[in-house]
Design a protein around this ligand. Structure first.
Ligand code: HEM
Ligand code: SF4
Ligand code: SF4
Length: 520
């Protein structure tokens, strides 16, 4: 089969990840948690929004917000938290979408998540627009007029909306009511679209590790207290203020639409929207190089159900078997299968996996490496193609034999066993940080198979002192060298004469305290 297209982040961004890993540790690296951080921000927005709602008056919008802003105890910081959380939501959503795009997790069964993600982002922006208009200060007025200019091109209302803001009469309270209604309804509707967004994922991770979530809330709170949100002058159609305090996170589009006609603005919006909606189509690899969905070899399947439990995309169901060999047999739903290959590692009899990437195929590769003399007395690394395999030259220059796998979650434990029994000094699986796994749950299942006696587990007869799992993100050659140096030292101690047994025990590959936790 042709090799899959590169799906790692571009090197400079991957290096930024590596740096963030050093600062936060990979478990708390915010770049890996952008989706779940938006969920935290959404919860903060709902809670602070409920509080602000108690004080908002449709009949006196600016006065009510000004009163709240003047209250340093339960007004200003709540408003500041609401504002900064909404700004952070835009940033986090954009980073989340950009990472997904650059990792090419955009096409095939992921199309629904991509398109619903775009709807989510649009709703975030519209919701922000209504929020700023609600304040009815100079910025809110500018947003309202610019928005009305665009809406007036649509043939929906008999009277132009813009006419309501020219100042010949007070702005209708129905406008503020509608605005308030949308500002409450859209964030609640977001919940429904979000459900659709993650509906094709098994066990979606909705929240970041607690410390990271609270850390973000704490940082925003500090910002809200340290840099209090100020009150701009009230909207006044007859006075153009010298400076309007603009929130560019929600107004980034205004300098562009301001110089374009409404027609050209809509054309631009529709063009951009269509290009984004079509991303799943134009990022899909050509048929010849598109990874094929997984297949079940019904002769080998014993109906154990493990693959259907492990599939991160709910693409495997167990159906009744009619030939009397077992009660059940696995069936792949090709429309849901992203060809991640996790099921190949789940199946003890090696009866499932994408063509060319089953457990049997892995054993074939290992046998070839053994025959080529690249295993005995060597350090053998099974490296994720999305991550560690990108530093292949660095690893090989240190004498490591590298066997690439699509994801370490694909790795069949028999391949590890073969390598160890063929005399390798050590078999190390180099995984991506769990929360950045292209296949979502690869490192999690590998750890469980090696340490938690999960089905398709590493057999007790395998010398575990010669088995390791290590995290190594893409393009992180510095960590790769440090990792190999550390391993070499450990192995040297292990291989010292038997007079020092205590060292051997220390070197044994230990299970993480909580194998489940490793996946977060
Ligand atoms: C309010 C905004 C958003 C939130 C709260 C959000 C949150 C999430 C979460 C929690 C996941 C599941 C992660 C997992 O368990 O693996 C996810 C997955 C995903 N998101 Fe978003 N997201 C948002 C916007 C977007 C946008 C704007 C896009 C792209 C246009 C996008 C594309 C995706 C895709 C494609 C996946 C599936 C990844 C996979 O199958 O491996 N999301 N999102
Ligand atoms: S893991 Fe293998 S044996 Fe078990 S149900 Fe899946 S295909 Fe069948
Ligand atoms: S390759 Fe296997 S584990 Fe991955 S999505 Fe397809 S059926 Fe599920």
């Amino acid at each position: 089969l042709p090799p899959p297209p590169p799906r790692a982040l571009p090197a400079p961004l991957a290096r930024l990840d590596a740096w963030l890993n050093q600062v936060f540790g990979s478990r708390y690296n915010p770049a890996y948690q952008t989706g779940t951080l938006v969920v935290v921000l959404w919860i903060v927005l709902l809670l602070t929004g409920l509080w602000l709602l108690l004080y908002y008056r449709i009949g006196a919008p600016w006065d009510s917000v000004a009163g709240l802003t003047a209250d340093p105890w339960l007004g200003n910081w709540v408003r500041g938290l609401h504002r900064y959380a909404s700004d952070a939501a835009v940033v986090a959503t954009l980073v989340h979408a950009l990472r997904i795009f650059l990792q090419r997790r955009t096409w095939g069964p992921r199309t629904l998540a991509w398109i619903s993600g775009l709807v989510l982002f649009s709703l975030v922006l519209v919701s922000g627009w209504t929020g700023f208009v609600m304040v009815w200060d100079s910025f809110g007025y500018w947003l309202a007029v610019e928005g009305a200019r665009l809406i007036d091109l649509l043939p929906i209302l008999s009277e132009p909306v813009r006419r309501g803001f020219v100042g010949d009469r007070p702005v209708a309270s129905a406008f503020f009511f509608l605005n308030l209604f949308l500002h409450v309804a859209i964030p609640l509707g977001l919940g429904l679209v979000f459900w659709l967004h993650v509906s094709r994922l098994a066990r979606p991770l909705l929240l970041p590790p607690r410390a990271l979530g609270w850390g973000l809330v704490g940082a925003l709170l500090l910002l809200a207290v340290a840099v209090p949100v100020a009150m701009a002058p009230e909207a006044d159609p007859f006075r153009i203020p010298a400076a309007i305090p603009v929130d560019w996170f929600y107004a980034f589009w205004m300098p562009i639409t301001a110089v374009l006609s409404p027609g050209a603005s809509w054309a631009l919006l529709l063009g951009l929207g269509s290009a984004l909606l079509l991303v799943p189509r134009w990022t899909r690899p050509p048929t010849a190089s598109r990874p094929a969905p997984s297949r079940v070899d019904t002769q080998l399947c014993t109906g154990c159900t493990q693959c259907s439990l492990d599939c991160p995309f709910e693409a495997i169901t167990m159906v009744p078997r009619t030939d009397g060999r077992a009660e059940l047999v696995a069936r792949i739903d090709a429309a849901r299968c992203v060809s991640c290959g996790i099921c190949a590692g789940s199946c003890a009899p090696m009866g499932v996996g994408p063509p060319g990437r089953t457990g049997r195929d892995q054993l074939g590769e290992v046998r070839a490496a053994i025959a080529a003399g690249a295993v005995q007395d060597r350090l053998v690394a099974f490296a994720c193609e999305h991550g560690a395999a990108t530093v292949r030259p660095a690893l090989e220059s240190l004498g490591v034999t590298l066997i690439p796998v699509e994801c370490v979650g694909n790795l069949h434990t028999s391949a590890i066993e073969f390598v160890v029994r063929a005399g390798a000094r050590c078999a190390v699986a180099l995984s991506c940080p769990p929360r950045d796994c292209w296949s979502r749950e690869g490192p999690r299942w590998l750890v469980a198979r090696i340490h938690a006696e999960r089905e398709a587990e590493l057999q007790p007869r395998v010398d575990r002192r010669r088995v390791r799992i290590a995290e190594l993100p893409a393009f992180d050659a510095v960590s790769a060298r440090a990792l190999v140096a550390g391993l070499q030292q450990e192995l040297a101690r292990l291989e010292q004469p038997a007079a020092e047994p205590s060292i051997e025990l220390e070197n044994e590959c230990e299970a993480p305290e909580d194998a489940e936790e490793v996946s977060r």
